[in-house]
Design a protein around this ligand. Structure first.
Ligand code: URP
Ligand code: ZN
Ligand code: ZN
Length: 434
């Protein structure tokens, strides 16, 4: 198969070239590749990007901050269809354990067999006792873990976080963190009278995030581990990350599409509870600065945490609403729209959606170079309005929004798996990580 006359989006910028695919792999990228009996896909006027890698999904998971487990709406099967429609060809999904982390990983791998996109896992360390299992998890292929600094039932104390860092450093992996100061939030929640959704944002101010980012980065610097802050929601936290990078810490920042698109006024809407996530959406001026400084982030992850409207609408107080939104299908359209509007350069677009994920998660065989899997996404510069989406969610924060970029076709290992709204196939494999 040959993609002919494409405009290729690469980390080195825009390149006009053809791509030859044989046996599911990219075998040549060059000008005017001769077509002799090949299946020719003429992509004149369209843009070609490496399949996006979403390093932040919670498919087939539950909300960990609640007493009663509340399930996410999508599992690996339906969630991976959301990915295909969104130009995402690989995911790194979070999993946790209630007993033995090694048996939990084996169960998770079985569940992931349903996935139509390639997959790997991050392990959530909820208790310091789980540190002893990390060696075995790494042997099976997990190379990254997440710790929490907020949510009472799962957060770790600083000494335990440093012990996780020490172990992961010696194993050669990455530590991710949910950086919010749990005690600041608890203090504000105990002293705040309101129960409406806006109080979710008021009790988790930017300072509660900044403080945790700074504390985590200090510990990462001291232990020397490679680390990153997931779902950074505000420019002031990014400033803290930049400070530690200048000092030489191997610390990176991930943000999510929703922090680039929405602001905290949404919590005043009648259906405001549906958009409760942590960290919360910030002010309009913070959102604008996030967009302006998007190139300073290392990755964008969707933080897929979709909960059906019944679970979001039911609780009387913001305190009992499961946290999260479903941004996966709109990650690539959000960033590509910014690119087409001239607010994000093509090279950063590719680094943020796949290039840096490959480096941060030690992923092998992806990236749209000769020899890589032919995970290729065709995007169109076209205005469209969100009326519908894939997966099991019964509402979307993006409903009614206009984008300037549309995912047209998705290929995994050269197989057409999504075309103009329709899922065509897909059989995911476990990602190779070194
Ligand atoms: O509100 C959020 N982000 N929920 C998902 C779980 C997490 O903390 O990443
Ligand atoms: Zn988190
Ligand atoms: Zn998350």
């Amino acid at each position: 198969m040959i993609f002919k006359n494409g405009t290729l989006l690469t980390e080195a910028g825009i390149v006009n070239a053809d791509i030859k695919v044989e046996g599911g792999k990219i075998t040549r990228i060059s000008f005017d590749i001769p077509t002799a009996g090949d299946d020719v896909k003429d992509v004149t006027g369209l843009y070609i990007m490496p399949g996006a890698i979403d390093g932040h999904t919670h498919f087939g998971s539950r909300f960990l901050g609640a007493k009663e487990p509340i399930p996410t709406a999508d599992d690996y099967s339906s969630g991976s269809e959301v990915c295909l429609a969104g130009g995402i060809t690989s995911i790194v999904n979070f999993f946790e354990s209630s007993n033995n982390p090694v048996s939990s990983l084996k169960e998770e791998i079985n569940k992931a067999e349903e996935s139509k996109v390639d997959f790997s896992f991050h392990f959530i360390v909820k208790k310091k006792e789980e540190i002893t299992y990390l060696k075995d998890l790494f042997r099976i292929g997990v190379k990254s873990v997440k710790v929490f600094m907020a949510y009472d039932s799962i957060r770790l104390d600083d000494l335990s976080i440093m012990n996780v860092m020490k172990e992961v450093r010696s194993l050669g992996g990455t530590v991710a963190v949910h950086a919010e100061n749990g005690d600041i939030i608890k203090y504000l929640q105990e002293n705040e009278v309101g129960e409406e959704p806006i109080y979710h944002a008021k009790t988790r101010p930017p300072e509660s995030e900044e403080e945790a980012v700074n504390r985590f980065a200090s510990m990462a610097f001291i232990t020397g581990v490679r680390s990153y802050i997931v779902h950074v929601s505000t420019p002031s936290s990014l400033n803290v990350v930049k400070y530690w990078q200048r000092k030489g810490a191997k610390v990176y920042a991930e943000t999510c599409p929703h922090y680039l698109v929405f602001n905290d006024e949404i919590y005043l809407r009648k259906d405001g509870k549906r958009f409760i996530m942590s960290p919360p959406l910030r002010s309009e001026s913070e959102r604008k600065e996030m967009v302006m400084r998007l190139g300073e982030f290392y990755t964008v992850g969707s933080d897929y945490s979709g909960f059906l409207s019944k679970f979001k609408d039911e609780p009387a107080s913001y305190r009992d609403v499961p946290n999260g939104v479903a941004s996966t299908e709109f990650l690539v359209p959000t960033l590509a729209s910014l690119m087409f509007q001239g607010e994000l350069d093509p090279s950063s677009f590719v680094s943020l959606t796949s290039g840096n994920q490959i480096r941060l998660y030690d992923i092998k065989g992806k990236g749209m170079k000769e020899g890589d899997d032919a995970d290729i996404v065709v995007i169109k510069k076209e205005e469209w309005k969100v009326k519908d989406w894939h997966g099991k969610m019964d509402y979307s924060i993006y409903e009614g929004m206009t984008f300037k970029a549309k995912v047209d076709k998705t290929f995994i290992r050269g197989e057409l798996v999504y075309e103009e709204g329709n899922i065509k196939g897909g059989r995911g494999k476990m990602l190779k990580r070194s």
